[in-house]
Design a protein around this ligand. Structure first.
Ligand SMILES: Cc1cc2nc3c(=O)[nH]c(=O)nc-3n(C[C@H](O)[C@H](O)[C@H](O)COP(=O)(O)OP(=O)(O)OC[C@H]3O[C@@H](n4cnc5c(N)ncnc54)[C@H](O)[C@@H]3O)c2cc1C
Ligand code: FES
Ligand code: FES
Length: 1333
């Protein structure tokens, strides 16, 4: 029978019959581009962020069951959906009809900020509930392993969804869990709670009712032909077959020997997108019975090659539950490993066959399969079926197996264990959730019956070579040994010989990876020994401190949030109350529109960039011939097409070329762009533009810049006193060095613009996600050679910014504007995640060198500190970053003699830029390093030295600004009280005395932060607003700030309501636009509320004053009647508002460098695994001074989100560039931001009570940036834990760890016999895989 060629599936209950199904099209592209269902977002396109999550439901004929799966639409080929029903966020609820309880709960719980991640999170939760209407909290919390959020810090999402769980407490906010160690009541008359739901009201908790859900389309259930019929879809470059029998599959494979089989597409999708994989023929094997069976027999589990990992989990769990423990030890190890394999979304579609056949050297399953001696069953048309043992002969080279190209893997048999056998799997990754292994292992031992004598041992390691390797010599050497220390010693020596790794090996971190091999073996040794003791085979008693070799399971998340609620003077009084984000509901339903969600206009084209592949080179030739011939391509645009100036910078500077003309200065620099009908066609063609270079030697690192004298400008120095005299008076002087790495912004919405040229008068309209529309407007005008009054930039919202959308969006908007004018059509550019990461730069990496003089008590008398900042190829904002770093170099410490010097290093990496906190966090980190160095030198508690040197209330910053009115001492003391710091210090020390391989640590860190633009950029301290009152009484407000998730618009609405005394529903805020409020300052520096809020207040006060006579004349009247009366009297019902502040400061006399200070403090407790370097954050307590909060829910969201980003900066996010300047971490698969399970298990946030700030609108304080540094409390807690591990080895005193404290650094700092076996190779003796910037 001829295969069917029509693709049939359902989307949100609507039947789709597609006659031109394209094998290269993903479900996400189909939903967004063809159906215009833009709720599902493109965050990465590689299955790593979850923004595209949808629910796919299908009927399982064999089980007669409907299966609901959360799936990454960005990886799912549209052709794979035949016979299935897709539910997107639009399909479950809407603001126009009714929100689904999941959507409503998330909005109420303040679980959205920028909202770009929100639809994906909603769909994960929805799918969980469709499968399990009353999950446990633990099940719920683990379900988000495939979703990322860069804004919220996750806590409100988890607490919001708690109400759907079995174990949710009906007491809501009054639950005893909400008591802080029993010491604090959840609520009283003055404290409000933002806890789960808005104000944690138990009555408002929403319940989930599964009977209200739409039914699965009956047609998909009854039409067997949907499942039993072969399919064939195609386009000129690719054909998709879906055979339904093994014979058909064999025939197809014979006919197309190079065809690739596909199940989950989680490997092929990545190969296609990132490795330019071309797949002319794809054969989908999801509907062939033999490849889908799961059968348990006496000897093991037979798993078909197309069986997904989540089905394997089910099958293995059921075997573990039903068979004797000894028989399922291998399955138990698989289950343990599978929970860390990818994410739910990945495991729901990815099959075991794909994992085996890809043969990745960092596969998680291959080491287990090889150690277990799994057996494959393979077939081909020509040859007899055969069994292939997965032993050391199975892998033939990098991604090559023993199978011939025409052979098909049918199934794999995973054996049952025997009574004498013990089997464990190990994996270390940078992040626990959804991360690929650095090293993994499967370790299996079988003993002679009733003894501890090794009969057979199998050790398979991933991540140590181009293939998974079996440590053959080790295995042979250990047979016959007793399971004792001498065997362990032998194993460590043999493993070192079996698993060599050169220092420059791909992946880097060679000594860490080698240490992991023996550390894993040691864990295995202890765990098996404990079992042998339990079985009575060994009589030795293993002391408890030695037997705990791993972190325990993570507990469920909990926490409290305490704030002071404003008393309401009238019902419309909403300032000071936890009002939800104004777009929260639209974000949860997918109705919130981001730039790329806007409908395509007539004639609209896309551009894709031609980027430099060299860090430093002359451009010899650009050949566009091939590219211009490609499908859909309209033009190539480069510097020759720029009508005005081919340059941009920080307005009005001309630092960087828009299009490189003769030379390139970094990898990822824009050379030109291809204009085409679709993004995909433009991207394909851009890759075909051939650029010839003459390479030059690039400068990549700070050290290279220093040695080549590659600096921008002169050094910047500030200080007070006489440092030399201070050193002379000191009892001790120490010196040190530490560095802080780069941090990628990873806003979930990449940089996106749409430019619409307008023939009449040469005007141009831009829709963009920028934080500074002003700069975009000015630069577009200059580039096009027109006046700024012809350019309008509009921003509705942006999906996160964090500083990364201040200047960098200009770099991609200008080429789009040039293309739009050249071709006279609308142009869209939305960067893919890798393009965004390559082009846009990061937080500046810092190298800090310090010299500190201090007394024997620990009082610091003198500090000389040097900062070197890696600016990248242009200065851009790095000068301002340095200014903030310099003025924050003392953090909270009052140092009488201080000199700080900063230099900007010019290198050949992408231009680095603003990132939340500017240079504050890096500079503060260096400060906390030198102060801990002093404490360690003196052998005194860190807290004591911090307190001894801390600013007092009447202190004076070294640049002569008083900190009077700042509550530093209060927050410092309160955080210790709230966290029970002293008693927990004792508990931690006691724990550490009794535990050798798992250690705990505490970090107590303050922050003192100067808010807003400082004296040197005083002109930015202005804000504007425009308010109109219409005749129906409705109010339209606009201001100069950008809503990027931080809740700015809701605060502006609150201010307007409060001043005009109108209810919330009267006030609307649509968008920010340069034709409403001109010359607006950047939305940055934690100042947007102060500046724009001041202006909003001003405008509303003017209007209120104009209406007041009518209110007095008619006190019984309504708002509408007063508005109408004023109108009839020709009173203007519209006005602008303005706010400015002038800072007065000079070097001699000081004054006001920053408008005011914000302070806070945090205590974090961690547990580390000394053998692997992994850690868990057990608890964090934060006390933060936000003045009189305008909106406590929003402010707490900012604190938690900033803390989480800071935690990422200092403990997780490792940005890697190779020595040639090529970025290695180009997406979520390699660059790890904090995920759901990185949240502190317990997270308590307290807003300082009774704090006021007379300088600002309604006495509030700016809060966006200061809490970020508190994330370093986790770093210092980790260091505290490492110190205990080192002390056990007799090593005391200060030790250096650079930020971020990733597992490799933690592990190698925990010096012990395993790490000492692999000393680091000398720097310079090899070419590293990546360099420290
Ligand atoms: C976000 C993300 C996270 C991931 N996390 C992990 C992780 O933690 N650990 C890990 O090990 N891997 C991980 N992977 C890799 C990947 O998910 C796995 O390797 C998965 O098992 C591949 O299965 P698939 O069905 O999607 O393969 P597909 O992409 O459909 O196919 C992969 C390859 O296998 C071949 N193939 C498939 N079936 C057969 C067969 N029966 N006979 C012969 N050849 C066949 C195909 O031709 C193709 O070349 C991750 C991938 C992503 C995108
Ligand atoms: S866009 Fe699909 S997972 Fe990121
Ligand atoms: S709200 Fe989650 S990424 Fe912004």
């Amino acid at each position: 029978m001829e295969p069917l060629t029509q693709l049939v599936f359902f989307v949100n209950g609507q039947k789709i019959e597609e006659n031109n199904a394209d094998p290269e099209e993903t479900l996400l592209q189909y939903l967004r581009n063809r159906l215009h269902l833009t709720g599902s977002k493109l965050g990465c396109g590689e299955g790593g962020c979850g923004a595209c999550t949808v629910m796919v439901s299908r009927y399982d004929q064999h089980r007669d069951q409907i299966i609901h799966l959360s799936v990454n639409a960005c990886l799912a080929p549209i052709c794979s959906l035949h016979g299935m029903a897709v539910t997107t966020v639009e399909g479950i609820g809407s603001t126009k009809t009714r929100l689904h309880p999941v959507q409503e709960q998330l909005a109420n719980a303040h679980g959205t900020q920028c909202g770009f991640c929100t639809p994906g999170i909603v769909m994960s939760m929805y799918t969980l509930l469709r499968n399990n209407p009353r999950p446990t909290q633990k099940e719920m919390e683990s379900y988000f392993d495939g979703n990322l959020c860069r804004c919220t810090g996750y806590r409100p999402i988890l607490q919001g969804f708690q109400s759907f769980t079995k174990d949710a407490c009906p007491m809501g906010v009054n639950c005893c869990m909400n008591k802080n160690n029993g010491s604090e009541q959840a609520t009283n008359n003055t404290d409000g709670m933002v806890n789960g739901v808005a104000n944690g009201d138990a009555e408002t908790r929403l319940l989930y009712d599964p009977s209200q859900e739409p039914i699965f389309p009956p047609e998909l259930k009854v039409n067997a032909h949907l499942y039993n019929t072969s399919l064939k879809f195609g386009n000129p470059s690719s054909t998709w077959f879906r055979p339904t029998s093994l014979d058909e599959l064999m025939d197809l494979k014979k006919l197309y020997p190079n065809a690739r089989l596909v199940v989950g597409n989680t490997e092929l999708g990545i190969e296609k997108k990132f490795k330019r994989g071309q797949f002319p023929v794809l054969i989908c094997t999801t509907h062939i019975e033999a490849l889908n069976e799961v059968r348990l027999d006496e000897h093991g589990l037979v798993i078909g090659a197309s069986v997904t990992l989540s089905r394997i989990q089910e099958a293995m769990q059921s075997a573990v539950d039903s068979l004797p423990e000894w028989k399922t030890r291998i399955f138990a190890a698989f289950l343990d490993m599978l929970q860390w394999f990818g994410s739910h979304q990945i495991r729901n579609v990815a099959a075991i066959g794909g994992n085996i056949m890809t043969a990745s050297p960092i596969s998680d399953l291959i080491p287990l399969l090889m150690a277990a001696g799994a057996e494959l069953y393979v077939m081909s048309k020509e040859d007899k079926p055969r069994y292939v043992k997965m032993d050391h002969t199975f892998l033939k080279g990098y991604r090559k197996t023993d199978l011939n190209p025409e052979e098909i893997l049918i199934s794999v048999k995973v054996p049952c264990s025997n009574e004498q056998e013990h089997f464990y799997g190990y994996k270390v990754a940078n992040r626990k959730d959804d991360d690929i292994s650095i090293v993994s292992a499967g370790l299996d031992v079988q003993f002679q019956k009733g003894t501890d004598v090794i009969e057979n041992i199998s050790c398979a390691y991933g991540g140590m070579a181009p293939t998974t390797v079996m440590a053959l010599k080790t295995m042979t050497a250990l047979v016959g040994s007793h399971w004792d220390e001498s065997m362990l010693g032998k194993a460590c020596n043999e493993l070192a010989a079996d698993l060599p790794l050169s220092p420059g090996a791909p992946g880097g971190m060679a000594e860490f990876r080698k240490t992991l091999t023996t550390s894993f073996f040691f864990k295995f040794f202890i765990t098996v020994k404990t079992k042998l003791i339990q079985e009575g085979i060994i009589t030795e008693v293993l002391s408890p401190e030695k037997s705990i070799v791993s972190l325990g399971p993570r507990a469920c998340t909990k926490g409290i949030q305490v704030f002071e609620e404003h008393t309401k003077e009238s019902p419309v009084d909403i300032v000071g109350h936890p009002v939800a984000h104004n777009s929260a509901q639209q974000q949860t339903t997918g109705e919130a529109v981001y730039v790329d969600d806007m409908k395509k206009l007539q004639g609209e084209l896309n551009i894709a960039f031609v980027l430099s592949t060299k860090a430093r080179a002359k451009i010899l030739r650009v050949d566009t011939n091939d590219a211009l011939q490609m499908q859909g391509v309209k033009d190539y645009v480069c510097y020759k097409d720029v009508p005005g100036k081919n340059s941009f910078g920080v307005w009005p500077k001309e630092e960087e070329e828009i299009f490189a003309s003769n030379e390139v200065y970094c990898h990822g620099q824009i050379i030109g762009c291809i204009v085409a009908d679709t993004k995909e066609n433009a991207q394909k063609a851009a890759k075909r533009v051939n650029v010839e270079y003459q390479e030059m030697k690039p400068i990549i690192t700070i050290e290279e810049a220093i040695s080549n004298n590659s600096f921008d400008g002169e050094s910047n120095t500030m200080g007070r006193g006489d440092t030399e005299a201070g050193f002379a008076k000191s009892d001790h002087v120490i010196e040190g060095e530490v560095r802080v790495g780069a941090q990628e912004h990873f806003y979930l919405e990449t940089i996106t613009h749409r430019v619409i040229p307008n023939n009449e008068d040469g005007c141009v309209e831009l829709y963009s996600g920028t934080q500074v529309p002003r700069d975009l407007q000015l630069y577009v005008a200059r580039t096009l050679g027109i006046k700024a009054n012809r350019v309008v930039v509009k921003v509705k919202r942006t999906g996160g910014g964090f500083g990364g959308k201040e200047i960098r969006p200009v770099a991609t908007a200008l080429p789009a504007a040039v293309a739009a004018v050249k071709l006279n059509c609308p142009i869209r550019t939305d960067l893919d995640r890798d393009e965004d990461m390559i082009i846009t730069g990061t937080r500046n990496p810092f190298l800090g060198r310090y010299k500190v003089g201090f007394t024997s008590e620990g009082k610091i008398l003198s500090l000389d500190v040097h900062f070197y900042l890696n600016s990248g190829r242009a200065v851009e904002l790095t000068q301002s970053v340095l200014m903030r770093a310099v003025t924050h170099c003392d953090n909270s410490y009052d140092i009488p003699n201080l000199k700080v010097t900063g230099r900007l290093c010019k290198t050949n990496i992408s231009t680095n830029t603003a990132f939340r906190g500017f240079g504050g966090p890096q500079s503060n980190f260096i400060a906390e390093t030198w102060i801990s160095h002093v404490a360690d030198f003196l052998g005194k508690p860190h807290k004591e030295i911090r307190e001894l040197n801390m600013y007092k209330e009447n202190g004076m910053k070294f640049y002569k600004q008083s900190i009077e009115g700042c509550n530093l001492t209060r927050v410092w003391q309160e955080v210790q009280e709230k966290s029970n710091y002293e008693s927990r210090r004792k508990v931690v020390d006691e724990f550490n005395r009794n535990s050798r391989w798992v250690k705990r640590g505490l970090g107590l860190i303050p922050i003192l932060y100067g808010i807003a633009f400082g004296y040197t950029t005083n002109f930015f301290n202005q804000g504007g607003a425009l308010v109109h009152i219409y005749l129906d009484g409705s109010v339209l407000v606009t201001h100069g700030g950008i809503e990027m998730g931080q809740g700015l618009h809701i605060k502006m609405i609150q201010i307007a309501c409060q001043v005009l005394k109108v209810p919330r529903d009267k006030v609307f805020l649509n968008e920010t636009s340069t034709d409403k409020v001109p010359n607006a300052s950047p939305t940055a520096g934690s100042s947007a509320t102060d500046l724009n809020g001041g202006a909003m207040k001003n405008a509303c006060e003017i209007l209120y004053k104009r209406l007041e006579p009518y209110m007095k004349a008619n006190p019984q009247g309504t708002w509408e009647s007063w508005v109408s009366a004023a109108y009839m009297d020709c009173v203007q019902l519209s006005t602008t508002g303005f706010f400015n502040r002038t800072l007065k400061w000079d070097k001699e006399n000081g004054g006001t460098f920053y408008p005011y200070f914000v302070c806070g403090a945090a205590v974090s407790e961690v547990e580390i695994d000394c053998l692997t370097g992994e850690h868990e954050v057990l608890r964090t307590d934060i006390v933060m001074d936000v003045g009189r909060s305008l909106n406590p829910a929003v402010d707490i969201g900012q604190i938690e989100g900033a803390f989480t980003q800071g935690y990422g900066l200092f403990c997780l996010e490792h940005y890697k560039i190779n020595p040639e300047g090529v970025l290695l971490t180009q997406g979520p698969s390699t660059y790890k931001i904090p995920s759901f399970r990185n949240v502190p298990v317990e997270m308590n946030v307290h807003l300082l009570k009774g704090s006021r700030n007379e300088e600002t609108v309604f006495s509030s304080k700016g809060i966006g940036e200061p809490p970020l540094f508190l994330g370093s409390s986790v770093f210092f807690a980790i260091k505290d834990a490492i110190a205990s591990a080192r002390a056990d080895e007799g090593i005391t005193g200060y030790f250096r760890i650079d930020s971020p404290a990733t597992p490799d650094k933690i592990r190698m700092a925990c010096q012990d016999r395993f790490s000492k076996q692999f000393p680091a190779a000398e720097k310079g003796s090899f070419k590293p895989w990546f360099v420290d910037l």
